[in-house]
Ligand binder design. Structure first.
Ligand SMILES: NC(=O)C1=CN([C@@H]2O[C@H](COP(=O)(O)OP(=O)(O)OC[C@H]3O[C@@H](n4cnc5c(N)ncnc54)[C@H](O)[C@@H]3O)[C@@H](O)[C@H]2O)C=CC1
Ligand SMILES: O=C(O)C1=NCCCC1
Length: 312
């Protein structure tokens, strides 16, 4: 009989998962995913169950990486919350399986994994697509993803200035007080993105908050929110003037309101750029539309489990 699963708590995942280990593994997984002749990665588009009564969704995100033999699924509930709500907007649990036997080896917190792997993939997009000289980073939104993005972007790159905007100024101020380095709080999105080289959108918005007319030509936008086909963070002008990169084409055309409703064409997957089969158009205005992938959770979970076993 199989051993019962180990339970890995949020504070343990926080201690065990580091960007320096995570980023190279995510790059390998993205490369494999985008190799069309490869059956190495099996990842259906996320199944979502609407929770209409609570303005939310349950997302099921299974993935199997054949070569590494990683079988995993994340179960994630995400919600559209009213301003001032104290309820969480994302809750997640990750299950790591023994693919041969079929039992669950580990049940682990999925919130830290979601925060870190999403931010790490945005950092990969910035590494490939941001202007060669990037001095100003702007973060729109001041929640969990804002903090993980701040952490990995400041760990990986050297910005001269970091700015934040949130729909409630107090939230942006609290965010700025919680970070290691100095962050400037701006009152409007227009001011916050003025002259920015890199813009990260990590809001719970379902209508556009970032407008193309405010974005400096050549800037890179990592767009992380608006993960439903009828939700938006970016306007049509920005979507049509930018070269659009995604994590998964299949996921993007099924789930991204910014892509579906603007009619923008997807230029490339990040994995294609990493594989050298599509170019990184760094000199153009670029949008990386992130939706999140099961393989990103799978490689993160494997890493957490390996580190956990080393300690026990
Ligand atoms: N692409 C991906 O892989 C993932 C995307 N997400 C999405 O990223 C976004 C941020 O997630 P978290 O930081 O965990 O959420 P959070 O609830 O911790 O923070 C959300 C931030 O957005 C702001 N916000 C909410 N509604 C807004 C609106 N209508 N207009 C402007 N700002 C608004 C909030 O004030 C807060 O600052 C959410 O849309 C979430 O669904 C989350 C996980 C993974
Ligand atoms: O990939 C994920 O995890 C999520 N993506 C979109 C919304 C919440 C969670």
């Amino acid at each position: 009989m199989a051993e019962p699963p180990v339970l890995i708590r949020q504070d343990e995942v926080e201690d065990l998962l580091h960007y320096k280990d995570l980023i190279p593994r995510l790059e390998i997984a993205l490369r494999k995913f985008s190799k069309l002749d490869s059956a190495e990665v099996i990842q259906p588009v996320r199944t979502t169950v609407p929770l209409q009564k609570y303005n939310g969704f349950l997302g099921l995100m299974p993935a199997y990486l054949v070569h590494e033999d990683i079988l995993c699924t994340k179960l994630v509930c995400f919600y559209k919350r009213e301003s001032g709500s104290t309820l969480p907007s994302t809750q997640a649990t990750v299950l790591l399986f023994d693919p041969e036997y079929g039992n669950v080896k580990a049940v682990m917190d999925g919130e830290v994994i979601t925060a870190k792997r999403t931010a790490a993939v945005s950092a990969i997009s910035a590494k490939l697509l941001m202007p060669a000289k990037s001095d100003v980073l702007t973060i729109l939104g001041a929640g969990h993803q804002a903090l993980s993005h701040y952490n990995v972007f400041t760990e990986t790159f050297s910005f001269k200035e970091v700015r934040v905007w949130s729909r409630r100024k107090e939230t942006a101020e609290r965010f700025a007080q919680s970070t290691q380095g100095h962050v400037t709080v701006l009152e409007s999105v227009e001011e916050a993105v003025n002259g920015a080289d890199v813009i990260v959108t990590v809001t719970g918005a379902s209508e556009p908050v970032l407008f193309g007319q405010w974005v400096k030509p050549g800037a890179h936008v990592a767009a992380v929110g608006a993960c439903r086909p009828d939700w938006r963070e970016l306007d049509d002008v920005l979507m049509r003037q930018a070269e659009v990169y995604v994590d998964s084409r299949e996921g993007a055309v099924a789930e991204s309101g910014d892509i579906i409703l603007s009619g923008a064409k997807v230029f490339a997957e990040l994995g294609e750029v990493l594989n050298g089969t599509r170019p990184a158009l760094r000199e153009k205005t670029t949008v990386f539309k992130s939706l999140g992938m099961g393989i990103q959770d799978a490689v993160s979970a494997k890493l957490v489990f390996e580190q956990w076993k080393n300690k026990h």
